[in-house]
Design a protein around this ligand. Structure first.
Ligand SMILES: [Zn+2]
Length: 457
């Protein structure tokens, strides 16, 4: 089976990128799409060029340096060699060998994923100039790449790191089964991974739907985590312990008093790149390339209900105080948890959180969440109730605020189960009235007497 795993088209990135994968309301807890059966069994991985010449020494240097800095510099994967290739059927083939063919008349690609490339002649094809590569309509596939030496170097490097993602066993991020964006699904291409790791990562260098072509030739932080998942690093344990100790020392005394005594050592999470240490009433988390963060108290209680990092991703902040001094919150990869004495701890995430954020979070008229994000009984919508209103979301209508007397009337009628269905916009001022349109009609509030009338669409 010959699989072409071509790189993301520059033209695609410039003209037809599927843009940001829509943040759906269903939290997805996965990222990265490695083919775990294709992992290399030994490190370092040997790399050679089929056609190393003095004339292409500069370009070979670009490839070696960028791949080494980006992948070996940030993960446990290492490479060596980078000279000319031995005969594929000759003696002295090392345990791992990736053979690169520099060819400016072929689309850059890999023939297999991961160790399927071992000693495969021309297994990786990379270009160092791009003007010969054309689309079926004759337009250049990589417009602008050959304009200057700097632009050519940039294109060579972006492509090299992406293709080396395949070399170590990563499939295209957009191929993941949890890619829910119909536009982005059109870009599904090449081999499939065998498992999904972490959240769907729009920023992945392996994602054609990333609006930044090959993520500027850099691994996203989630790519780094995916690679640690594929190739765990025993050295991470001591880094994690060091980071967690530093965090413990740096937190305010109030937090130290709140979490009690340590009840575990520094342990590796099931995903194999995250680490945690339990205290009686708190947990410290650390993942590569981030500081350690502490989750504790009522917010930890909610996070535990969600399944900890497996359910809501890793914390990306410590517990912080809201500006009004009333609330506390943590942001996580999967969303946020907000707590106040009056409302308890509740989740807000996805497009509902985005809408709340646009309005100013708890500083908005909605104030704090009174519920977690919850599914409506019809299974179509999701909502949060806040202290002074609600945000309802469906795939068809987006996230819309409903509040005040209009919300009271809608609630009386039976919420989204009424003939009104879901809100399709938010309140609009209309003279003495304020009107909100729903799927099945309108609600009009009269400022003169506070009454709310049900009107047809
Ligand atoms: Zn690719």
């Amino acid at each position: 089976m010959k699989l072409k795993l071509t790189l993301a088209l520059l033209t695609l990135a410039l003209n037809q990128a599927c843009g940001s994968a829509p943040e759906t309301e269903s939290v997805s807890f996965t990222k990265g799409f490695p083919a775990m059966g294709s992992l290399w069994q030994t490190m370092p991985i040997n790399v050679c060029f089929e056609n190393a010449t003095l004339a292409n020494a500069t370009e070979r240097g670009w490839i070696q340096t960028r791949v080494t800095n980006e992948i070996s510099g940030r993960t446990s994967v290492s490479f060596q060699g980078w000279g000319g290739c031995p005969a594929a059927n000759g003696p002295n083939i090392p345990a791992s060998l990736v053979r690169i063919n520099l060819d400016n008349n072929q689309w850059p690609h890999v023939e297999r994923l991961g160790r399927g490339l071992h000693n495969l002649p021309n297994g990786v094809v990379l270009a160092t100039a791009f003007s010969a590569l054309r689309e079926t309509d004759g337009n250049p596939s990589f417009p602008g790449c050959d304009a200057t030496t700097a632009s050519r170097k940039d294109c060579v490097e972006r492509i090299a790191v992406h293709e080396f993602g395949h070399v170590i066993g990563m499939a295209h991020e957009q191929n993941r089964p949890d890619n829910g964006d119909p536009e982005c699904r059109k870009q599904v291409q090449g081999s499939q991974g065998s498992e999904v790791v972490g959240y769907f990562d729009n920023d992945s260098i392996m994602n054609y739907c990333n609006p930044i072509w090959n993520n500027n030739g850099t691994l996203s932080i989630k790519d780094v985590h995916t690679i640690y998942h594929m190739y765990p690093d025993s050295g991470l344990q001591s880094r994690a312990a060091g980071q967690i100790v530093s965090k413990y020392v740096s937190i305010e005394q109030r937090s130290r008093d709140s979490i009690g005594q340590t009840t575990s050592g520094v342990l590796m999470a099931p995903d194999r790149y995250g680490f945690f240490q339990r205290y009686q009433y708190g947990i410290f988390y650390w993942v590569p390339e981030r500081p350690a963060f502490l989750v504790y108290g009522a917010i930890l209680g909610k996070y535990a209900q969600l399944g900890y990092e497996r359910g809501y991703g890793y914390p990306v902040t410590d517990e912080l105080s809201t500006p009004d001094g009333v609330g506390r919150y943590n942001h996580f990869e999967g969303g946020s948890i907000y707590w106040t004495q009056a409302t308890g701890a509740h989740t807000v995430h996805g497009l509902i959180r985005n809408r709340w954020a646009e309005l100013g979070y708890e500083r908005s008229f909605l104030k704090y969440p009174m519920t977690d994000e919850t599914a409506t009984p019809d299974g179509i919508g999701r909502y949060n109730h806040f202290q002074f209103g609600s945000i309802y979301w469906t795939p068809a209508t987006g996230a819309k605020v409903v509040h005040g007397d209009i919300r009271n009337k809608w609630a009386q009628l039976g919420w989204e189960r009424s003939s009104l269905g879901y809100p399709i916009d938010e309140e609009q001022a209309d003279g003495v009235y304020r009107t909100q349109t729903f799927q099945g009609g309108r609600l009009r509030w009269d400022s003169r007497n506070g009454s709310v009338a049900v009107l047809p669409r």
